[in-house]
Design a binder for this molecule. Structure first.
Ligand SMILES: [Zn+2]
Length: 428
């Protein structure tokens, strides 16, 4: 596959309306399967339910010396409102040098960049020094129960001890007069807790002073007032960011937010329930809180925080879910090599700037690997014309689009990185 063919195939993939849970997921899977077959690569469908397949393919090293590389991406997309788009949502139309369509940034561009690099490795399969997997999944936008989560139950060995290329990074940013290529090196943990209180219910005409809602409100007030005590977790990524940029004062707003995000734990109220009828005082009131906490922090940290904050109140809590975070230390050799290679490849193909690590802004399918000790990096490299601040509103938004040049750049950069990391006797 050459670059022109890759771009054409990318547009065709964008034209498949693979909205999560729709028949398009299978069409997209079959499309990729067809390309792999054409290049002599067998692939395997992994499906929890008929009609909702994930696609897995592997290039086997004759004598693997290193842990495998796993190229992941999702081929399902969220829908779009055609009335708010200036081009058809699944048109793949090109205008002003940009390819328009849902999935051009999240994450069909990554699927096709990875596939391009994967097919290039196929040409030198006998020189591989590690196995390389290509894994395109569905249902990422729906929570991944039919996607990555299910693949993990079927093929758990794939998730341990791997180097993973994932979504979430690769977007450039201009900070304090210089360009940076963002590379995600970790994700925060997410912890959900239900906080509730009980009181005397009754008719609204006689509220009394034993009201559940007042007790809950006091509990929530205490929790949010103690937010600054949330000081657990690793700030390593933030420190590295500061050292590379040479300042903690960043002049790009989006970048400053990303920098702040890497240094703080936060609490958000996601939901609440306080009775349904207007003339009745509820006997129970509850709120659902979501903690986003830095890698390294644990469920126990959250429980101790809530124990303290709610001590002496009449509110109670229960932790309903905990997904651990993860982080690659910037001093580990994998990351050092990757950053070195990414810096070189970016420079080689026309991006002048430096790689800057960050924590992913939300949870991705990478969490299924990161929690098993794999090294997960978010990297679909784009050019400055698709800088992070301009890309963010388009992801799940209107007029999602990518510069043709960015797409080709990403293919070239990933191809070079994979070649250097996966083939014998490649110069570093
Ligand atoms: Zn998305």
């Amino acid at each position: 596959m050459n670059l022109a063919e890759s771009k054409e195939a990318f547009i065709r993939l964008v034209q498949i309306p693979s909205v999560t849970g729709s028949a398009g997921e299978e069409t997209a899977c079959a499309f990729l399967e067809g390309i792999l077959r054409e290049y002599g690569i067998p692939s395997e469908r992994i499906a929890k339910e008929p009609g909702r397949p994930n696609l897995l393919a592997c290039l086997r090293a004759p004598h693997p010396e290193l842990e495998p590389v796993v190229l992941i991406s999702h081929i399902d997309v969220v829908d779009g409102d055609p009335k708010k788009w200036s081009h058809p949502v699944f048109g793949g139309e090109i205008a002003q040098g940009r390819i328009f369509g849902r999935g051009t940034l999240d994450t069909k561009q990554l699927t096709m960049m990875e596939l391009y690099g994967f097919l290039k490795l196929k040409e030198r399969e006998q020189d591989l020094k590690r196995d390389v997997w290509f894994l395109a999944t569905i249902d990422e936008e729906g929570g991944s129960a039919y996607g990555m989560e299910y693949v993990k139950t079927v093929r758990p060995e794939l998730f341990r001890n791997a180097v993973v290329i994932n979504e979430g990074g690769g977007f450039p940013l201009h900070i304090n007069g210089k360009n940076y290529m963002m590379l995600t090196v970790g994700e925060k943990a997410v912890c959900r807790a239900r906080v509730w209180a009980e009181g005397t219910g009754g008719h609204a005409s006689a509220p009394g002073d034993d009201q559940a809602i007042q007790k809950l409100a006091e509990g929530l007030r205490r929790i949010f007032a103690a937010e600054e005590k949330l000081n657990w977790g690793s700030r390593h990524t933030r420190e590295t960011m500061e050292a590379i940029v040479g300042s903690a004062d960043w002049d790009n707003e989006a970048a400053a937010d990303i920098f702040g995000y890497a240094g703080q734990n936060s609490i958000a109220m996601r939901n609440y329930r306080i009775g349904e009828r207007s003339n009745v005082i509820p006997a129970r009131a509850e709120a659902v809180l979501e903690f986003r906490i830095l890698p390294g922090a644990t469920q126990k940290d959250v429980a101790e925080f809530l124990d303290q904050a709610l001590a002496g109140t009449q509110a109670q809590y229960e932790i309903t879910g905990f997904e651990p975070g993860f982080e690659s230390h910037f001093d580990n050799s994998h990351l050092k090599e990757l950053v070195h290679d990414l810096n070189q490849a970016c420079a080689h193909y026309g991006f002048e700037g430096e790689v800057l690590p960050m924590l992913a802004l939300g949870r991705t399918d990478g969490r299924f690997f990161g929690s098993e000790g794999s090294f997960v990096y978010g990297c679909s490299p784009l050019l400055m014309g698709d800088s992070f601040d301009t890309v963010l509103p388009k992801v799940h938004g209107n007029d999602e689009s990518i510069l043709e040049e960015s797409y080709l750049f990403g293919c070239r950069v990933l191809e070079e990185i994979l070649r250097k990391n996966c083939l014998q006797e490649e110069e570093r």
